[in-house]
Design a protein around this ligand. Structure first.
Ligand code: FAD
Length: 775
């Protein structure tokens, strides 16, 4: 989101163009706009859509953006590029570059490149990541490090945006400050070329060109709250004073929206005097709901559909209206392709589920299931540590609801024709390649787009244009505005609200199908770690998962299951075997699912059989380690003379009797000598009783058990060249384990925090500290 007034933007741009033509920067006619380059690397489309947003906003700034994906190297040439280059890159998996940035990263890592290879290059970088995962923003950091090693000059501080708390916190101010920085960079480049500042370029690459540019902190994750509040107030104040700007049309790049139709009248008791920062908006919403505000009770509470002052009375800065770019028409056809499975065919295998077992007892909090797939008829050789992508459809009932909601139910078997909108202003616009040309509407909504995805702010902004009721329009504007960021997080992002749930809450909103196709991302397969070894189970693969549950929330009257886990649960329910029953009843209709192999080159047991290794996998995180240990057991049988390194497994769950997954098998590995140490803890068993009777509390979580074995573990890792693997929940466990490892290194080696961090980073670099985490 770019907080700049249109009027000011235009005048700055004009003045800037004049300056450039004065110094002859572009050696173009004075009307020509200066150009810059945007390169993105994106796995799930976030970085791509941000890059597109920047490219679109550039025009209003009097600039021309050349947008390319990093893998489109025929479209850009960094070796000869003299215009500013903006990189917007995300990180995937265990700190890996997105698939479409892999080749670029490999190219720039080439050690043969000289230290002045990119001396001419002037860049800024926005890195996207998630602090729930290790190696936060690793791809961005890697690119940045290499650019600097190769002599490139940074003209604007790098933004490190954290999806764990909301990318906007960093992205919005980063883009806000970008324009001024680009213009200064262009100006400086022009001056350098005309000789005014010859030799000065890049003297201070990390210096922010202007102190008024927001402080996007290097290596820190946030913009200071104070600055956020100040900039919000400043823009709101300016807009409020200008009625023309306040009521400006939706077509403005940055529309400043006045108080069109507040859900609550100004001056609601006791609330109007609150400050205008977003934090207080969130607090007021929550407090009112809790009925604990310390102010007279307000009968009406904030909700998805309703705001309270100050937000309801505030002028708003909303994102630019994304330009429409698709024309969609529906055509009755005799033979429409009725797709009954996912569209990507090359690497896909349709395989039968040969067994489905409920692992945890019926009264455990989570439903953990094991599926066995029969892959014997397919060319799929996997290693322990690899995963399988499972391709699932959207839920049939939700697709039906969406068809009804769009008023297209009668046309669900029509053929969908999608073409590029003539004269679209969208940069890099293309017909989504994952939608096949002759597909029916029903198949498209079932297999191609993620109808459960959380609507992004740009989508909300676009929905405003198709909403009749003014109160609802205003609320959608609030939810996508800078001022409504806290409400967006509270009511949309955190509860993972889907577009269908949103449309149910805003009945006067009737978007065209084209808008949904433009904004809904591709339906992604879900990966699951192999929980078996094909040495033990030739022609079979096992995987284990918990059925994800989303609770009811404002906007979602009833809870729902995760898309893939819910679908799998329903699919295999008729053939499900419970632990107490020995074998499947042999249901005649064996369900089949589509999968493809997703190899993981690093998360594998050490190739040196004598190397010791430690596995940390609570809950379903134990899955790959069952595969590791099955493999090791078979290898031990095949090579009785060989020396095998020590193996440790740290497992944890809530209750010994309810959700201790693979208990018999794990204890069997210990008996056979395959597993040297099995350390198990139970977070909810008899804690109170124990605390009363025992002076030392028993370990509750895997990290507590790690601490208890600190000396052994640090020995294995730091003296015996051993390995540690962590698998499972990314949100809490992986972080806690990481922090604990750091503490252990500090204590055992008697070093400070920085040195411990370096040691741990060294282990990662050497691929001896590996993670496979999700959530
Ligand atoms: P969706 O409808 O996609 O909803 C997912 C949302 O649910 C997430 O955004 C998150 O907010 C929330 N959520 C709550 N709990 C979880 C959870 N446990 N996992 C993911 N999201 C959660 N899962 C397994 O259960 N077993 C595995 O062996 C496994 N291996 C994986 C390996 C890799 C390399 C990766 C990237 C993920 C793995 N996952 C595994 C996660 C799995 O791919 C799915 O994300 C998960 O099953 C949820 O899918 P869903 O479609 O049911 O949920």
């Amino acid at each position: 989101m770019v907080v700049l007034r249109t009027v000011v933007v235009r005048s700055v741009a004009k003045e800037f163009l004049w300056q450039l033509s004065e110094v002859g920067v572009c050696r173009m006619p004075s009307q020509a706009k200066p150009r810059f380059v945007i390169l993105y690397g994106s796995q799930k489309g976030q970085a791509e859509s941000l890059a597109e947003g920047v490219a679109e906003a550039a025009e209003e700034q009097g600039l021309v953006a050349e947008l390319s994906c990093l893998n489109q190297n025929e479209k850009y040439n960094l070796e000869k590029e003299h215009a500013p280059v903006i990189f917007i890159v995300s990180t995937t998996g265990d700190g890996e570059p997105p698939d479409n940035a892999l080749q670029f990263v490999k190219r720039i890592k080439n050690k043969a490149l000289s230290a002045d290879h990119y001396k001419h290059l002037c860049y800024a970088l926005l890195a996207l990541g998630d602090t729930n995962y290790a190696n936060f923003c690793n791809c961005g950091k890697t690119i940045e490090r290499r650019l600097q090693e190769l002599g490139a000059k940074q003209f604007y501080p790098t933004g490190y945006a954290d999806d764990g708390v909301g990318l906007d916190v960093v992205v919005d101010p980063w883009i806000e400050g970008l324009w001024k920085a680009i213009k200064e960079a262009l100006s400086k480049m022009a001056s350098d070329r005309t000789g005014c500042f010859k030799g000065e370029a890049g003297d201070s690459p990390k210096k922010t060109p202007d102190s008024s540019i927001p402080d996007v902190q290097l290596n820190l994750l946030s913009i200071t709250d104070h600055q956020n509040c100040e900039s919000t107030r400043a823009s709101v104040e300016t807009v409020s004073k200008s009625p023309t700007a306040a009521s400006s049309s939706a077509s403005a790049t940055q529309t400043a929206v006045s108080d069109l139709s507040p859900a609550f009248p100004a001056g609601s008791p006791g609330l109007a005097s609150q400050s205008h920062d977003t934090a207080s908006v969130s607090t007021s919403a929550q407090e009112t709901q809790n009925g604990d505000t310390g102010v007279p009770h307000v009968a009406l509470a904030a909700s998805l559909m309703r705001s309270l002052p100050p937000l309801s009375e505030s002028s708003l800065n909303v994102p630019a209206l994304p330009p429409p770019y698709l024309d969609v028409c529906l055509q009755e056809a005799d033979a429409v392709e009725q797709v009954v499975g996912p569209l990507i065919k090359e690497t896909l295998h349709e395989v039968p589920v040969s067994k489905a077992v409920q692992l945890a007892r019926g009264d455990s909090v989570k439903t953990a299931l094991l599926l066995e797939l029969d892959i014997s008829a397919h060319q799929m050789t996997y290693q322990p540590g690899d995963s399988f992508d499972v391709f699932c459809p959207n839920q049939a009932a939700e697709v039906e609801d969406l068809l009804h909601r769009l008023g297209l139910h009668d046309q669900r078997n029509h053929q969908v024709h999608i073409s590029l909108h003539k004269d679209t202003k969208k940069k890099g616009a293309m017909v989504p390649p994952y939608i096949s040309p002759n597909i029916s509407l029903l198949s498209l909504l079932t297999w191609c787009v993620e109808i459960r995805s959380v609507p992004k702010k740009a989508f909300l902004r676009a929905l405003v244009e198709h909403t009749g009721d003014s109160v609802q329009r205003r609320r959608l504007q609030e939810l996508c505005s800078k001022q409504g960021a806290a409400d967006y997080n509270l009511y949309v992002r955190d509860p993972s609200l889907s577009v269908l749930e949103l449309l149910a809450a805003f009945p006067s909103c009737s978007p065209p199908l084209s808008l949904l196709i433009e904004h809904l991302p591709k339906l992604q397969p879900r990966p699951y770690s192999a929980a078996s070894s094909c040495l033990r189970y030739p022609g079979k693969v096992h995987f284990v998962f918990n059925v994800v549950e989303f609770p009811a929330c404002p906007g979602r009257p009833a809870g729902r299951r995760g898309l893939c886990t819910g679908w799998l649960f329903d699919l295999i329910n008729p053939v499900l075997v419970f632990p107490e029953k020995a074998e499947s009843s042999g249901c005649p209709a064996v369900p089949k699912i589509h999968v493809s192999l997703r190899p993981n080159c690093f998360f594998r047991p050490p190739s040196d059989l004598s190397a010791p290794f430690i596995m940390v996998g609570p809950g379903t995180g134990v899955a790959p380690f069952v595969g590791f240990l099955q493999q090791r057991e078979e290898e031990r049988k095949e090579n009785p003379e060989a020396t095998f390194g020590e193996t440790w497994l740290f497992f944890g769950c809530r209750h010994r009797d309810r959700d201790y997954l693979f208990r018999e098998e794990l204890e069997g590995f210990v008996s056979s000598g395959t597993l040297s140490q099995l350390k198990v803890c139970f977070s909810r068993d008899d804690q109170e009783d124990e605390a009363a009777t025992s002076a030392v509390a028993r370990p509750r979580y895997v990290q507590h058990n790690l601490l208890l074995n600190s000396q052994h573990i640090t020995d294995i890792l730091l003296k015996q060249n051993g390995y540690i693997y962590v698998c499972g929940d990314a949100k809490n466990m992986a972080k806690d384990v990481n922090d604990t490892l750091m503490e252990m290194i500090k204590t055992e080696l008697q070093v400070d925090q920085l040195e411990a961090m370096k040691r741990l980073a060294g282990l990662r670099e050497e691929k001896r500290y590996l993670q496979d985490i999700w959530g």
